[in-house]
Design a protein around this ligand. Structure first.
Ligand code: UDP
Ligand code: MN
Length: 275
């Protein structure tokens, strides 16, 4: 087994942290293909996010995401007629699911948890072994393969992976279900996944937390991401992805990051988040 001496490759509960140079890509492709793994990739493109990001997201996923396995894209949108026609490879397909357009972007983001859990129950669990849930405002630029698959998968946030814990932006309000004083890592909600059972449990639990907070008139500091961090603190992920799996080029070059597999797209919040 090849290894990396310059980065943390294992958590204290013995989950691997996946970095370039640690794994045999071809072996992961073969093993998962033989085991019959198949992947649902959920992505939301509501309001202006559809025109701004969806086509690049899908086109780049066709070049880099789980090329060795059957993949079904689940595109959640308020405008199904505007979903771009993207040429898909064999054993790859796309389903569109209509969702309401909440007026606050925070609600669009948080309500993903409910929509994903519903789709797993009604459809995904009959077709796919694994689920990955991604933000749409990103572009694949390198291999994102079955080495990322596991029972329960979390991603190290690119801005926090090498910072001390006291800087992690957890929710510190005791009135929120997402409240936590300390944790293991700061995980990024732009990428999470696992077996369909695990992702169903995760999305249901986060949605419950969000609903309870709404009843109590509170909102967690970073919305669904705060609830996700709380969940992964209580239910340790079995696999952790390095920031290679969601890098922001604005951070600049870092020696540890040998490949950027998925990258943040430029953000234009002023126009994107207008009602
Ligand atoms: N989203 C959307 N329409 C919106 C707001 C959010 O489709 O009006 C979806 C989209 O997939 C986006 C994700 O929710 O990538 C999270 O929102 P955003 O990327 O703005 O959050 P950030 O990455 O800034 O935390
Ligand atoms: Mn995003």
């Amino acid at each position: 087994e090849v290894s990396r001496g310059d980065v943390q490759t294992c958590t204290w509960w013995r989950a691997p942290v996946i970095w370039e140079g640690m794994f045999d890509a071809a072996l992961y492709d073969q093993t998962h293909a033989k085991e019959g793994s198949s992947v649902a990739l959920t992505v939301f493109a509501v309001g202006r996010y559809l025109d701004a990001y969806l086509e690049t997201f899908l086109t780049s996923a066709e070049c880099h995401f789980m090329l060795a396995l059957p993949v079904t894209y689940y595109v959640f949108t308020d405008a199904p007629e505007k979903v771009p026609q993207v040429a898909l490879g064999p054993r790859r397909s796309l389903k569109v699911i209509r969702v309401p357009k909440h007026s606050r972007w925070q609600d669009v983001s948080m309500m993903r948890m409910k929509a994903i859990s519903d789709a797993i129950e009604s459809d995904i669990r009959h077709r796919c072994t694994h689920v990955f849930c991604l933000d749409v405002d990103q572009e694949f630029t390198g291999r994102f393969g079955p080495e990322a698959l596991g029972e329960s998968v979390a991603l190290l946030h690119a801005y926090y992976y090498n910072l001390p814990k006291w800087l992690f932006t957890y929710d510190h309000n005791p009135g929120s279900r997402a409240h936590m004083d300390t944790g293991d890592f700061y995980y990024h909600a732009a990428v999470f996944g696992g077996s369909w059972r695990s992702v169903k449990a995760l999305t249901e639990s986060c949605y419950q937390g969000i609903t309870e907070d709404k009843r109590n008139g509170v909102e967690a500091r970073w919305h669904d991401e705060s609830h996700l961090n709380k969940y992964f603190w209580l239910h340790k992920p079995s696999r952790v992805l390095s920031p290679e799996y969601c890098w922001d080029r604005q951070i600049g070059d870092r020696k540890a990051i040998r490949v950027a597999r998925l990258q943040w797209a430029p953000k234009h919040y002023n126009t994107l988040r207008q009602a």
